[in-house]
Structure formats: structure tokens, C-alpha cells
Design a protein around this ligand. Structure first.
Ligand code: ADP
Ligand code: MG
Length: 714
């Protein structure tokens, strides 16, 4: 048995289960060794059915009889029922899945340890749905024997996230085999001096502890992953990641960059022509960027700013410095609409500077696109605005000096590695590397930004332009919609404009949701008869979307019905009401983005989140976070706690968790500590050349180098 062996060859794993494990990212025995329980079951005290508290998790020792399976009308599979009797009473056991599997195992009169939640059955008596069961040797049957038996069972059991339909107990046996056979093979990646400062356990011991806690373990600490064993494994993982991040930063800094002299005079001239005075934060960030660009190393800077903080102004100042030095600039946006808007915003600024600015999007006819590419390749064009994909394809820049990537968070950490190594930025391998400036409008909780952006320099655009009015936010139920429509109509009669956002484009049969297309028709014919209702959604052609947006911007459309295509970047100062329908279907960070579409001018603005009546009080409460704060960072913290970090890490789609032990929502404090220790260690051993760094180096090569886009470790 070896760490790198495939799971296929374990006892109890055939080709079918092997495939299920692999689909869940559990391919090797090492993956299983680090597949930590997501919760624990306390089987240390056995109760009787009479003593069982309703709603509580209990362990009961009893006999099973009277097995019956029913078909359910209109459903696949049936219900399996059995009677559990112990010395004090009886309860019904129920299974809705895997009924065949349990039916086969539950022989009439056999003795079991049953774990589960005891509830009142609808027709009286007690029931346990989907209990976990463990066979006990059929003993002599006397009460005294049962108690002795129960005492021997007293322990804490791990419960694993199980792929496919592998039963809990089988999963426990599969992982158990690997822990027994291989825990001692697991090596620590943390050098000894750091280990003792962080008071870590030996890794083998930590693994055995988390997979099979001793009977006297602190169950609360286990449940919170706060046992010393858990902290050891979490620290090991975060330390390696932070070393990897720091290495990546150092690796980039070693590459030759382009020193583009500061162009302060030119930037002052540009600022003076703007119709407003830049905020202090904008000036500070421009200054930070200017210093990076003037240096000989490639810039890798992220500008982090809430919606409406004015990142475009900052980005253009950076572009000016590159252009003044004789280089070209690429501006990349995640969507065409956004690229078009950046182009529209920057064009007058560029023209006032006498620059050649072009746009490159998928909707340009190919001859037009070819013309732009030629101008770029010849070096005539100084500033190109386009979508991320298109600019990546347009590798033929004559002298690319700066790449500006907007709405960075949408690309996730994995995609970001791809952007960094994209041909456009990399240039030809021998030559200097272009500077990169990333713009993120999603405020990110601090713990996450250390992980996502630990390899970048970060600037905070933490001041909104003066004169912005706070946006009032209200969560309402659908019943109050008529009053809302009256309020919208009143605002529109005063010349204001409104947005209404729906989660879907078209009516869906699967879900009973109002959709943008049919609602736009209904509203035009009904509540908003006297106004012009426009519709924009992601399935429209770029030119159509653009036409609608232009009409909205010009005030020709009063109510814009939309899907989340308007989430990022759209800027219409006269729009003062944002309504989000089915708000319960959106993440808080996304709602914050949507809310940022209003309050862009000096008018009072209002954001209304309409939530469905039937849904739980809990999701209604979640939305109320939006009423309480307009601070994007606070919203992001709340969103992270509620929805986990997958959204931000870009791992949601792949379904494979990026971390084995760590949880970024929970482990902020350990992350900070790991980061500090990682930097201190690298200061002593920057190339990971010492023998104490050997395991660390190996771990980073194996686990993180491709994720992080590290060329080589050390
Ligand atoms: P975001 O950071 O959300 O991308 P934008 O760059 O789109 O923000 O700017 C939002 C709006 O604020 C734009 O209309 C822009 O012209 C305006 N703006 C930017 N900076 C200032 C400022 N210092 N004072 C007033 N308005 C500003
Ligand atoms: Mg923007």
C-alpha cells in the first residue's frame, strides 16, 4: 500500500465505487488519508427509547423486526419500514433510499446499534428516519449482556462526505483501511522550528486522531475542527499554500519587467480635464501604481474597490503612464457589454489626449476585427479595449506594456493563473513582461484576500466620491409589490429611471419563477403603461443589448427589465430605483453589485429586494443584511459565512474542494499565523534548499504549483 496508489485497489472498492470516489476528487490513497470527517457522531452513551429526547440524536441498542417495503405512488423506489424494540419501548425505522441494501441486511430479530434523530411519528409513537446502523453479534440476548456490549461500543465515530451512494459505514471502512496502513507514511511539510512554535502534533498522530478520536476526546473541539490534531493538519496545509504564494510573488519579481517613467504631469492634466475632482483614495492608488510601473520589475497589483469607487478613472491614469513611455495598453473586461462601456468611458479621455483607442469584441465583423488587430500589431493603436478572451487571442501586440483586467473576482484563482501566463502578457519568453493591473469590484473578506491575492500587491480604493447619497434598501414580500410599482411610477413621473432584475430570461417549466421576458410584456401592458419598458438579457446579441442600453442611458427607456447582465459596471446616474425580484435566489455579494447600479449620481436612491412569501424566515433574514449595511466588505463577510468560499475561489464549478483540512471561513486566525511563519521561513531559506525544506518543496510541487502557475519551486 502506497500513498500514490489508486483507490481502485482497496478492499471494498470495485470499479463502480472507484469511479464515484474519483469523481469526488478522491483518486489516490493519499487523497483518502486527507479526506477528513465533516462531522462526528458521539456513540459514547447508549440511551433507551423511553429516555430519548424528541429531536435529539441518540444511540439505541435494540432488535429489528417486522420489515416491510411499500411502493410510493409516482416515485421511483419505495419506503422501507422496520420496528426497533429495546428494553423500554419501540420506534419505527424508515428508509427512503437504498431500501434494497438495508432490506437485505436487516434479518428478523437481529441486534443493532442504531444511531439517529428520534422524532414523533405522524400517526403517533416514535420514528427514526435514515438511521445509521451497526450490527452487533447476536449474543445470548439478556439485558445484562446488552449493556456489556454497549459499553464496548462506546466511541466517537467519524462521518465522511461520501461520494455517490456509498453507505456511511462502507466509507468509514474504506478510509479506515488507509489510515491504518498509511498514516505513518504521511510527512509533515512544516519545518521543525516552526512546528514547535505553532505547537503542532506529529502528522501521523494527527491523522489517526481526526479519523478515529479516542473515547475521551473533547467532542465540541472535534465538531468545530478545533482539536490540536485538526489545527495541525490545517496549519500544514495553509503553510504550504502561503509558501507557494510567496514563491510565486518572488518568481514574478525576478522576471525582467519594463520600467516606465512616471508621467505625473500628464496625469495631472488628465485629472484637470475630468468634470470632478478625484478622491484622495484615487490619487493615492494612482500614486502606488505609478511607483510600481516605474520600477524594473513587472507590476502585479490588484485594485480593490467597492462599486462606484471610481476604478476606471484610476485605470486610465495607469494607461497614460504606459502610453507616455511608448507602450500599448490592453483593457480586458469579462463581458462584451462591459467592454463596450469601458470603451465609451475611456474614449473621450483618450481622444482628449490625442490617442488611438480601439475596441475588439466578438461582435465586430471579422474584417473590422482584422483591421483592429493590424493596427495593434503595427503599434498604431495605443489602447485596446475588449473581452478577456479576445485580447488573449490577439497576441500580436507590437509593444504591450500594461494589461488591465477588470472584475478580477469573476475569473477565480485558477483562471487567474491562466491570465497571468497568457501569451499577451507573457510576451515572447525572452523579453520583458508587461505590467498587470487587476480591478475587483467585489469586496473580499480579509481571510480570502490573503489566499486569493497573497501573491499580489493590493491597493484599496476605500473612499466613495463625495456627494453620493446613501442607498436605502428594503426587503419586501411579493404582496407589497403593487405599492412598490406606485412608488416607481411616481419617481418616473419626476423624470427618474428604474431597473427591475429577474433571475431568468424566459419562463421555465421546472421552476415557478417570473422571468424577465414575460414580465417586461406584462408591466408594459399594466402597471407601467404610461412609460417605456425596455428589456435586456444575456441571450440577446451584443448589438441588440447595446441598443437597449443606449436608449436607457439616453432616457428614452424608463424602466429597464433585465437579468444579471447588468450586474457589473453599467452606469446611469439618473436611475434611482433598483428592484430585484426573487431576491432570495441571489447571493448577497451579487445583490450588492446590483444595488451598486443605483446611487451613482447625487439623487436619493432606493433598492428593493422582493422575496417570495412562501420561503423560509431564514432566507428572509439573510436578505436583511442588505438593509443594515451598504459596506461591501461587511456584505462580503456575511456572504462568505452563509455560502462558503467556493464562489470566490472559482472552485464551485469543478466541484472539487481546493482544501483538504482548511476552511477559509473558519480558519482566518490560523491562516494569518501560517502566512507570517511562511514568510519568515522563506526569508531564511528563499530557495527551499535546506534539508528541512525538502518535504515542503515536494508538497508545493505536487499540490500547488499547477494551481498557482509556479514555473518551478525554489
Ligand atoms: P467602479 O469603481 O464601480 O468601476 P466607475 O469607475 O465606473 O466605478 O465610476 C463610477 C462613477 O463615478 C462614474 O460615473 C464616474 O465618472 C464617477 N466618478 C469616478 N470618480 C469620481 C470622483 N472622484 N468624483 C465624482 N464622480 C466620480
Ligand atoms: Mg467598473
Amino acid at each position: 500500500m502506497q500513498l500514490e496508489d489508486s483507490v481502485q485497489f482497496l478492499k471494498g472498492v470495485g470499479p463502480r465505487r472507484g469511479e464515484m470516489l474519483e469523481k469526488a476528487g478522491l483518486c489516490t490513497l493519499e487523497d483518502l488519508l486527507y479526506h477528513l470527517p465533516f462531522r462526528y457522531e458521539d456513540r459514547r452513551s447508549i440511551t433507551t427509547l423511553r429516555q430519548a429526547r424528541l429531536g435529539g440524536e441518540v444511540n439505541i441498542v435494540g432488535r429489528v423486526s417486522g420489515l416491510r417495503e411499500h411502493r410510493r405512488q409516482g416515485r421511483r423506489g419505495g419506503v422501507l419500514r422496520a420496528l426497533l424494540t429495546d428494553e423500554s419501548g419501540w420506534a419505527e425505522l424508515l428508509w427512503f433510499h437504498q431500501t434494497g441494501y438495508f432490506k437485505e441486511r436487516l434479518a428478523e430479530g437481529s441486534l443493532w446499534l442504531v444511531h439517529g434523530r428520534v422524532e414523533a411519528a405522524p400517526r403517533g409513537g416514535l420514528q427514526i428516519v435514515h438511521p445509521e446502523i451497526e450490527a452487533l453479534e447476536a449474543g445470548e440476548g439478556g439485558q445484562a449482556n446488552l449493556r456489556a456490549l454497549a459499553a464496548g461500543l462506546a466511541r466517537i465515530l467519524p462521518v465522511y462526505q461520501k461520494p455517490g451512494d456509498i453507505p456511511v459505514a462502507a466509507m468509514r471502512r474504506i478510509v479506515g483501511q488507509v489510515v491504518d496502513g498509511l498514516a505513518t507514511e504521511a510527512r509533515s511539510v512544516v519545518p521543525e522550528s516552526v512546528r514547535s512554535r505553532a505547537s503542532l502534533m506529529p502528522v501521523a498522530e494527527a491523522l489517526r486522531y481526526v479519523h478515529g478520536p479516542p473515547g475521551d476526546a473533547d467532542i465540541a473541539a472535534l465538531a468545530e475542527s478545533a482539536s490540536r490534531a485538526h489545527r495541525t493538519l490545517i496549519f500544514e496545509e495553509l503553510f504550504a499554500l502561503q509558501v507557494g504564494m510567496t514563491l510565486r510573488k518572488a518568481e514574478r519579481a525576478r522576471q525582467p519587467g519594463i520600467a516606465m517613467p512616471r508621467a505625473d504631469e500628464r496625469i495631472r492634466g488628465y485629472f484637470a480635464r475630468l468634470p470632478f475632482v478625484p478622491t484622495l483614495a484615487q490619487k493615492r492608488v494612482v500614486h502606488e501604481i505609478a511607483a510600481d510601473m516605474a520600477a524594473g520589475q513587472p507590476m502585479n497589483r490588484l485594485v480593490h474597490g467597492d462599486v462606484g469607487s471610481g476604478k476606471t478613472v484610476v485605470a486610465f491614469a495607469a494607461a497614460l503612464q504606459a502610453i507616455a513611455a511608448g507602450y500599448q495598453v490592453a483593457v480586458m473586461a469579462p463581458t462584451e457589454l462591459l467592454a463596450e462601456q469601458h470603451f465609451a468611458t475611456m474614449r473621450p479621455w483618450a481622444e482628449a489626449e490625442g490617442l488611438d483607442i480601439r475596441m475588439l469584441t466578438g461582435s465586430l465583423r471579422s474584417t473590422a476585427a482584422r483591421e483592429v488587430r493590424e493596427a495593434v500589431a503595427a503599434g498604431h493603436t495605443q489602447l485596446v479595449v475588449g473581452t478577456h478572451a479576445l485580447i488573449q487571442q490577439a497576441t500580436g501586440f507590437a509593444r504591450l506594456g500594461l494589461a488591465i483586467v477588470d472584475e478580477q473576482h469573476r475569473f477565480g484563482v485558477l483562471q487567474r493563473a491562466a491570465i497571468h501566463s497568457s501569451a499577451a502578457i507573457e510576451g515572447d519568453k525572452e523579453g520583458p513582461r508587461a505590467d498587470t493591473l487587476l480591478l475587483s469590484a467585489t469586496p473580499i473578506p480579509r481571510t480570502l484576500s490573503l489566499t486569493l491575492y497573497g501573491d499580489l500587491d493590493v491597493s484599496f480604493l476605500d473612499e466613495l466620491p463625495a456627494g453620493r447619497r446613501p442607498i436605502t434598501t428594503r426587503v419586501i414580500r411579493t404582496a407589497a409589490r403593487a405599492r412598490l410599482h406606485e412608488r416607481m411610477a411616481a419617481a418616473m413621473r419626476e423624470g427618474r429611471q428604474c431597473y427591475i432584475v429577474y433571475p431568468l430570461v424566459e419562463e421555465s417549466e421546472a421552476m415557478d419563477l417570473a422571468d424577465a421576458t414575460s414580465m417586461a410584456e406584462q408591466l408594459q401592458a399594466g402597471a407601467f403603461r404610461e412609460f417605456r419598458v425596455g428589456l435586456v438579457h444575456g441571450r440577446m446579441k451584443a448589438a441588440e443589448k447595446d441598443a437597449v442600453m443606449r436608449r436607457f442611458k439616453a432616457g428614452d427607456i424608463h424602466v429597464l427589465v433585465a437579468t444579471t447582465v447588468i450586474e457589473v459596471g453599467i452606469d446611469v446616474a439618473n436611475a434611482t430605483i433598483m428592484v430585484v425580484e426573487h431576491a432570495e435566489r441571489f447571493g448577497l455579494a451579487q445583490l450588492h453589485q446590483l444595488r451598486g447600479r443605483v446611487g451613482r449620481g447625487s439623487l436619493d436612491s432606493f433598492c428593493c429586494l422582493v422575496a417570495d412569501v412562501g420561503q423560509s424566515a431564514e432566507s428572509f433574514e439573510r436578505l436583511r443584511v442588505m438593509e443594515r449595511t451598504s459596506d461591501g466588505f461587511e456584505v462580503a463577510e456575511a456572504d462568505l459565512k452563509l455560502r462558503g468560499p467556493g464562489e470566490y475561489l472559482g472552485t464551485r464549478q469543478s466541484g472539487v474542494p481546493a482544501f483538504r483540512a482548511a476552511n477559509l471561513v473558519r480558519d482566518g486566525e490560523l491562516l494569518t499565523m501560517a502566512r507570517k511563519e511562511a514568510m519568515a521561513w522563506l526569508a531564511q531559506d528563499p530557495a527551499l534548499a535546506r534539508p528541512e525544506s525538502a518535504e515542503l518543496r515536494r508538497a508545493i510541487e505536487r499540490r500547488w504549483s499547477s494551481v498557482l502557475g509556479l514555473a518551478e519551486v525554489g
